[in-house]
Design a protein around this ligand. Structure first.
Ligand code: MMA
Ligand code: CA
Length: 227
C-alpha cells in the first residue's frame, strides 16, 4: 500500500464525522426554528387584546352615560317624603291624644263629643263651635247608627230656619234624600208650632229623626272631622 495515498477508510471516517456534525447543526437549527414558530403562535395577540380592552372601555363609557340620574332613585326626595309622612302621623297622633283625653269618641275619621248637659239648639251649636267643632252632620247610615246607640234625644246639625222646609246641615249642604232618617210623619212642625231644628228622638227605629222647637233644651253631639 502506498503510504502517500490517503487511506480510503480514513477519508470515509472523516466524511461520516463531518456529515454527523452537519446533521447535529441542522437538528439544532430545526429545533430552534420550531420553538420560535411555536412560541410566536402561543404569544398573545397584543393588538387584539388592546382592541378588546378599548371596546370594553367604550361599552362602560356608554353605560355610564346612559345611566343618568333619572334612572337612579332620588334618595333626597324619598327622605323628604318619609319625613313629611312621619310628621303628618305625629300631628295625627297628637290630635288623637288631645281629643281622647278630652273625652271625645272616635268613629270613622271623626271625633264626637256627647254633651252631659242640655241646651237650646243655638247654644249647643255655640258650644261645639267653641270647641273647634260643630253640631254633628250625619252622612251615612253607619254614622246615624253611631248616634242612635246612645238612645238619647240629641240636637244634630240640621235646621230649616233659613227657608222653611229646606233642611240644611250646619256646613251649608242640603240634606240629601239618600241619607235622611226622618221618622214617619216627620218633619211636621207639629200642629203648626215652628219646629226648625233636627234631633234624634225615636231610638227604637232606624228612621229616628224629628224636627223640634229650637229653644227646647236637649243634649247634643259635636263632630270634629280629622283628615
Ligand atoms: C212631639 C214633638 C214633635 C213631634 C211629635 C211626634 C207632641 O210633639 O217632639 O216635634 O213631631 O212629638 O209625636
Ligand atoms: Ca216634629
Amino acid at each position: 500500500m502506498d503510504k502517500n495515498l490517503p487511506d480510503a477508510s480514513a477519508t470515509n471516517r472523516k466524511l461520516v464525522v463531518l456529515s454527523l456534525g452537519l446533521l447535529c447543526i441542522l437538528q439544532a437549527a430545526l429545533n430552534i426554528s420550531l420553538r420560535l414558530a411555536l412560541y410566536s403562535s402561543d404569544a398573545p395577540d397584543h393588538d387584539a387584546v388592546i382592541r378588546n380592552l378599548k371596546e370594553e372601555r367604550d361599552q362602560l363609557k356608554r353605560k355610564l352615560n346612559t345611566f343618568d340620574s333619572s334612572d337612579a332613585p332620588d334618595y333626597d326626595a324619598v327622605i323628604r317624603n318619609l319625613t313629611e309622612e312621619r310628621d303628618q302621623l305625629k300631628r295625627k297622633l297628637n290630635i288623637f291624644d288631645h281629643y281622647t283625653q278630652e273625652g271625645w269618641r272616635y268613629f270613622r275619621s271623626s271625633f264626637y263629643f256627647i254633651s252631659s248637659v242640655k241646651k237650646s239648639w243655638g247654644d249647643s251649636r255655640d258650644d261645639c263651635l267653641q270647641k273647634g267643632a260643630d253640631l254633628v252632620i250625619i252622612n251615612s247610615k253607619e254614622e246615624n247608627e253611631f248616634t242612635r246607640q246612645f238612645r238619647r234625644l240629641f240636637w244634630i246639625g240640621l235646621t230649616d230656619t233659613e227657608t222653611e222646609g229646606t233642611w240644611k246641615w250646619v256646613d251649608g249642604t242640603l240634606l240629601s234624600t239618600t241619607t235622611s232618617y226622618w221618622h214617619a210623619g216627620e218633619p211636621n212642625s207639629y200642629f203648626s208650632t215652628n219646629e226648625d231644628c233636627g234631633e234624634t228622638k225615636f231610638h227604637e227605629v232606624e228612621d229616628n229623626w224629628n224636627d223640634e222647637k229650637c229653644h227646647w233644651q236637649n243634649f247634643w253631639i259635636c263632630e270634629k272631622k280629622v283628615a
